[in-house]
Design a protein around this ligand. Structure first.
Ligand code: NIG
Ligand code: FE
Length: 431
């Protein structure tokens, strides 16, 4: 009998029957190595999946000889890579903020829009107004859209609940959606996002309730693998974030931070100090921050859609390379700053805005993103033993991946070595 833990929806059985197949006639198979150090390229390579995992990858002649019983599947000269990993999304929310986007474009700053009743609090209201079953179905549909765009592992943050009981509701619905779809879902509780209305004037009380009661409840019910906070002048201070994250670490949670987004504020150094899995945004970070992340082994996560929407600059590839830090690229999908629904598109944007090579983009969308989720032993690469989550793309070379805009699309997405039909997402209600 297959077992999957309610504590970890990402471990659920995601595909039907187990397959033994050999994918051949590719243009090339391209994957990070198991340690995420370099990108391996197998021109006209083949890949063998068995029992949901990668059994072997290499030369088609040798693999065909060794696996005469594997079911052959013709890749028709297409590029094959690992399934992409979107390591930062806020995809459980109601409504949208298109009107606010117009205000931003007219020059009104994010902080002012928030003060005037827009921003995170307005999405909290819209999310609260959506029925449980609708919110869960909407999230499941979004996850399917991500799979259709080549993402086989997706992180989903709560954060549009704010008040403890509303955050618990979102985490619960996330668990429900995660078992409906063949996507590996990593649940993160984003707990210090904004001050909820009912705690106006009671900021310290809110942080304390999150630190004690809420964290313990999430832990007791196994509702998230990681805890996230928004460390920023418009959100929470370094000290408030430290208090919550330190307790989270004591409880055994992995931690991550929204850091250095609107201003340089100390979040990246805090991430390094506490051994966070990732520090995300970093639009205002400097080389010293990146070096601290490198030393701590914390992944820096770039969110080009948010930077573009807020008309901010992204860091230069040369500076990141010199720091020695690992970086990932994610969508940050949320209604306020990043209504971005294609991770590959975000990769294509980051390549242009930062100056990344095609190999760097691939690492940032696969192995490094998996590392930001603590999942790099199992996903983000196609080396023997990894899950057989792979994408056959509608292109032939790795260099085409960051090149095409709109982004290159998957032809076939494999989960656990099985070709699962892609949903006809384009017929679904936007978004
Ligand atoms: O990642 N920075 C904080 N959170 C989101 C935006 C939240 C919102 O505006 O709704 C982000 O950009
Ligand atoms: Fe975010």
């Amino acid at each position: 009998m297959t077992y999957w833990s309610a504590h970890d929806p990402s471990s659920k059985p995601v595909a039907g029957r187990s397959a033994y197949l050999i994918l051949h006639n590719t243009s090339e198979v391209v994957t990070p190595d198991a340690e995420g150090r370099e990108v391996l390229r197998y021109p006209k390579g083949a890949i063998v999946f068995r029992d949901g995992r990668v059994l072997e990858v290499g030369s088609v002649v040798e693999l065909t000889k060794r696996h005469p019983d594997a079911r052959p599947l013709n890749a028709n000269g297409k590029l094959v890579t690992p399934g992409l990993v979107d390591c930062h999304t806020h995809m459980i929310f109601g409504g949208n903020r298109a009107a606010e986007f117009q205000m931003k474009l007219a020059g009104k700053p994010y902080a002012e829009i928030a003060k005037a009743g827009g921003g995170i609090r307005s999405t909290v209201k819209a999310t609260g107004a959506v029925k449980d079953e609708v919110l869960e179905k909407q999230l499941a549909n979004r996850l399917e859209r991500w799979r259709a765009n080549g993402c086989t592992t997706v992180e989903v943050k709560s954060g549009y609940g704010l008040a403890p009981r509303r955050e618990l509701r979102l985490l619960e619905l996330m668990g429900g959606a995660a078992i409906r779809v063949p996507v590996r879902v990593h649940r993160t509780a984003l707990l210090l996002h904004a001050l909820p209305e009912e705690f106006d004037g009671k900021r310290a009380e809110y942080v304390e309730e999150v630190r004690t009661t809420l964290l313990s409840e999430i832990h007791r019910r196994g509702m998230a693998g990681a805890i996230d906070v928004f460390c920023d002048p418009v959100a929470f201070t370094v000290e408030e974030c430290r208090a919550v994250l330190t307790r989270a670490v004591e409880l055994g949670f992995a931690i991550k931070l929204h850091a250095e987004q609107m201003e340089r504020f100390g979040g990246a150094k805090l991430a390094a100090e506490l051994g966070a899995r990732s520090a995300d945004h970093l639009e205002s970070a400097v080389e010293e921050d990146w070096k601290a992340l490198a030393e701590a082994g914390t992944v820096g996560v770039l969110l080009p859609a948010a930077a573009l929407t807020l008309r901010q600059k992204l860091p230069d590839a040369g500076m990141i390379r010199a720091s020695g830090a690992r970086f990932a690229i994610a969508t940050d999908f949320n209604p306020g700053t990043a209504p971005a629904q294609s991770l590959m598109e975000c990769g294509a944007l980051a390549a242009r805005l930062c100056g990344f090579t095609a190999e760097e983009v691939l690492l940032a969308l696969t192995w490094n993103a998996a590392k930001a989720l603590g999942a790099e032993a199992e996903v983000g690469h196609l080396t023997p033993g990894a899950w057989g989550d792979a994408v056959m793309w509608e292109c032939e070379t790795l260099e085409e991946m960051p090149y095409w805009m709109p982004a290159v699309r998957p032809d076939t997405v494999f989960m656990r070595g099985a070709d699962l039909a892609l949903p006809s997402v384009e017929r679904r209600v936007w978004p």
